[in-house]
Design a binder for this molecule. Structure first.
Ligand SMILES: NC(=O)c1ccc[n+]([C@@H]2O[C@H](COP(=O)([O-])OP(=O)(O)OC[C@H]3O[C@@H](n4cnc5c(N)ncnc54)[C@H](OP(=O)(O)O)[C@@H]3O)[C@@H](O)[C@H]2O)c1
Length: 251
């Protein structure tokens, strides 16, 4: 569904939107949909790389695995007096051949460096994002922090095994989301914190592993579905993990 129709239907009007890691992949597709909406949204994107601002996007350089970089980032937000209504964390890792990070077929292939890197990018970034960004939300009635995750992080839905580091880092990401949501609900019941599974999507993250997939989305299809799920969230949904169709994924 077109974003303007979703906005009309859901009555949710986030103005300032921050996308983490959106210079590429699903995050970039989300940014394109937001820009093309009639809602006159302000889009902010973080990336490890330096990107030039455009008329519609303000870029910040952020190595989101580094706490020191978050401290620098919030100083900029203080200086520029920016608060967000919606934050979507699209940062994630599955493989990085250059650094010998390859999803394991067996526990025999388990490798400490690969495990730590998965946890750093998939789990730690989510925790640091929640830690630093909860004070940078507007006072609107509904504000949302959504973090992209994967169905593979569901412990109860794990029937085939494999990819142990990625699965473990995503399961831990779910625990961070659930635990933080319980705490934050006590002081701010307007804030919704969720995890979102985008489906199998053709990006550089999934490219080497698409052969066995039964259904593959392009980035725009997945981004549209994710935005529809996000805009339809209500305050009682905080702490949950959803797939691209809005169905809850069990922990
Ligand atoms: N594609 C799929 O089929 C699929 C399926 C299930 C779940 N997901 C999840 O969806 C999310 C987005 O995935 P995607 O497919 O869009 O992947 P992608 O195209 O590889 O984009 C992921 C983003 O993460 C950032 N990133 C990658 N490695 C990093 C590192 N070492 N340190 C810090 N940032 C790093 C990059 O941002 P910068 O380079 O701009 O900093 C990159 O733009 C991930 O959490 C992934 O697990 C994807």
């Amino acid at each position: 569904m077109n974003l303007d129709k979703i906005i009309e239907k859901t009555n949710f009007y986030p103005k300032n939107i921050l996308l983490l890691g959106a210079a590429d992949g699903i995050g970039q597709a989300i940014s394109k949909i937001l820009i093309n909406s009639n809602a006159n949204l302000k889009i902010y994107i973080t990336s490890r790389e330096k990107n030039n601002n455009t008329s519609r996007i303000k870029y910040y350089q952020l190595e989101a695995t580094e706490e020191s970089d978050w401290l620098k980032f919030i100083k900029i937000l203080d200086k520029e007096k920016i608060k967000f209504d919606l934050i979507i964390n699209t940062i994630g890792i599955l493989h990085d051949e250059e650094n010998k990070i390859i999803p394991e077929k067996s526990i025999k292939n388990f490798n400490a460096n690969s495990f730590i890197q998965n946890v750093k990018v998939n789990t730690l970034v989510t925790a640091l994002c929640i830690k630093y960004m909860t004070d940078y939300f507007s006072k609107n009635n509904k504000v949302i922090l959504a973090s992209l995750t994967a169905r593979l992080g569901s412990i109860s839905d794990n029937n085939i095994g494999g990819w142990i580091s990625y699965r473990a880092s995503k399961a831990a990401q779910h625990m961070i989301i659930k635990t933080a949501s319980i705490e934050i609900k006590r002081t701010n019941n307007k804030m919704i914190i969720v995890g979102l599974h985008p489906g199998t999507v053709e990006t550089k993250l999934s490219k080497p592993y698409l052969k066995s997939a039964s259904k593959i989305f392009d980035t725009n299809e997945s981004a549209e579905k994710l935005l529809e799920v996000i805009y339809n969230l209500s305050n009682t949904d905080t702490g949950n993990i959803y797939d691209y169709s809005g169905r809850i994924i069990p922990y």
